[in-house]
Design a protein around this ligand. Structure first.
Ligand SMILES: [Fe+2]
Ligand SMILES: [Fe+2]
Length: 179
C-alpha cells in the first residue's frame, strides 16, 4: 500500500529505522550472485565432509570423525549466514545447487580432497570480498571476511593432518585416530 512506512528493526539494537516504502535495502546483483556461488560451495562442503566423517566413524576412527563432523557443522553455519545475508539484500538464496562432491576412498585422499575444497573456498571468498568492497557493500565484506578466517583455520588443520601422515606414516597416524 503506498504511503505506508516500513519499520525495519535492527537486531540487538534499540534503534529503529523508518524507511518510506520502496526504499528497502536492496543488494547489488553481482554481490548476490557471489553470495550464491559461495553458498553452493558451502552446501557441497557440508555434504562432502559429512560423508567423510561418517566413513571415519564406520572405520572406527573416532577422533577423525569428530574433527571432520565439526567442520561440516561449521560449514552449515556459514551457509546459514550466507542465506540470511542474501535474504537481507532482497535476493533469492539458491539452495538446490551442489558442485561435484570429491569423496576420498582412503583417509589421505579425504584430506587432500578437503584441502582442495578449502583452497577453492578461500579463493572464492577473497574474490567475493574484492567485489563486495568494489560495490561499497561493507556489511557483506565484513561477513565474508569472518567466514574466510574460519576457512583458513580449516585448511590449517587439514594441512597439519597431511604433514603428520608425511612425518609418521599413514599407519601410525591412523592408530592415533582410533580414540
Ligand atoms: Fe565454509
Ligand atoms: Fe571450510
Amino acid at each position: 500500500m503506498p504511503g505506508i512506512l516500513h519499520l525495519l528493526e535492527i537486531t540487538g539494537s534499540r534503534h529503529t529505522i523508518i524507511l518510506p516504502e520502496g526504499e528497502r535495502m536492496k543488494g547489488n546483483e553481482q554481490v548476490i550472485n557471489q553470495l550464491n556461488a559461495r553458498l553452493a560451495e558451502e552446501l557441497t562442503a557440508i555434504n562432502q565432509y559429512f560423508v567423510h566423517a561418517e566413513m571415519c566413524e564406520n572405520w572406527g576412527y573416532k577422533r577423525l570423525h569428530d574433527m571432520i563432523f565439526k567442520r561440516s557443522i561449521q560449514e552449515m553455519k556459514h551457509a546459514e549466514k550466507l542465506i540470511a545475508r542474501i535474504l537481507f539484500l532482497e535476493g533469492v538464496p539458491i539452495v538446490s545447487k551442489l558442485n561435484k562432491l570429491q569423496i576420498g576412498s582412503k583417509i589421505p585422499e579425504m584430506h587432500t580432497n578437503d584441502q582442495a575444497a578449502e583452497l577453492a573456498a578461500i579463493r572464492g571468498y577473497n574474490e567475493s570480498i574484492r567485489l563486495a568492497t568494489e560495490a561499497g557493500d561493507n556489511g557483506t565484506r565484513e561477513l565474508l571476511n569472518s567466514i574466510l578466517k574460519e576457512e583458513e583455520e580449516h585448511i590449517d588443520l587439514i594441512e597439519a593432518q597431511i604433514d603428520q601422515i608425511g612425518q609418521m606414516g599413514v599407519q601410525n597416524y591412523l592408530v592415533e585416530q582410533i580414540d
